[in-house]
Design a protein. Structure first.
Length: 159
């Protein structure tokens, strides 16, 4: 058999099944209308229950920006990574965090640009962006070989 013959046979079979189902439903309507309309009402009630049950009062929460204070010490912690070896990106100008290309090897190995989580920092300055206060924090690194260097990080990554 060719594909066209198989498709035609499947279509004919589907039509026969639909016709048989329709004739069974119509005969049920003629023989026992109470059961027929009761089944339709049951389906409608079930659909209404499903549509109104919703999710209740569950809310989805994401990373929260803490109320950072200038001069206070915090640690860097990536809000979007579960990997303990993930790093936090520091940039020289706020707002350029989303503009870098992470595929270049030189970019990944730049001096003090990717700090490990848990690095102690002091907040020096806060900047708003996109209508939200304190979106970026200028931090000074307090530990390790990059001690004393400054850079901008997303405030949500400063915990």
């Amino acid at each position: 058999m060719s594909n066209e013959e198989n498709a035609k046979e499947a279509l004919d079979s589907a039509k026969n099944i639909a016709n048989n189902l329709l004739s069974s439903v119509l005969s049920l309507k003629e023989k026992n209308p109470k059961v027929f309309f009761g089944a339709i009402g049951g389906v409608v009630v079930l659909l209404i229950l499903i549509m109104t049950s919703g999710g209740g009062s569950k809310s989805v929460s994401g990373p929260v920006i803490k109320n950072l204070a200038i001069g206070q010490r915090y640690v860097l912690k990536s809000a979007n990574a579960y990997d303990k070896d993930a790093t936090v990106r520091l940039v020289s100008v706020p707002g350029t965090i989303a503009a870098y290309d992470d595929t270049e090897e030189a970019d990944r190995n730049g001096a003090c640009q990717h700090m490990p989580q848990g690095t102690a920092v002091t907040v020096l300055e806060l900047q708003e962006a996109y209508g939200k206060k304190n979106t970026y924090a200028k931090v000074q690194i307090e530990d390790g070989e990059c001690k004393g260097n400054t850079g901008w990080a997303l405030s949500v990554d400063v915990q």
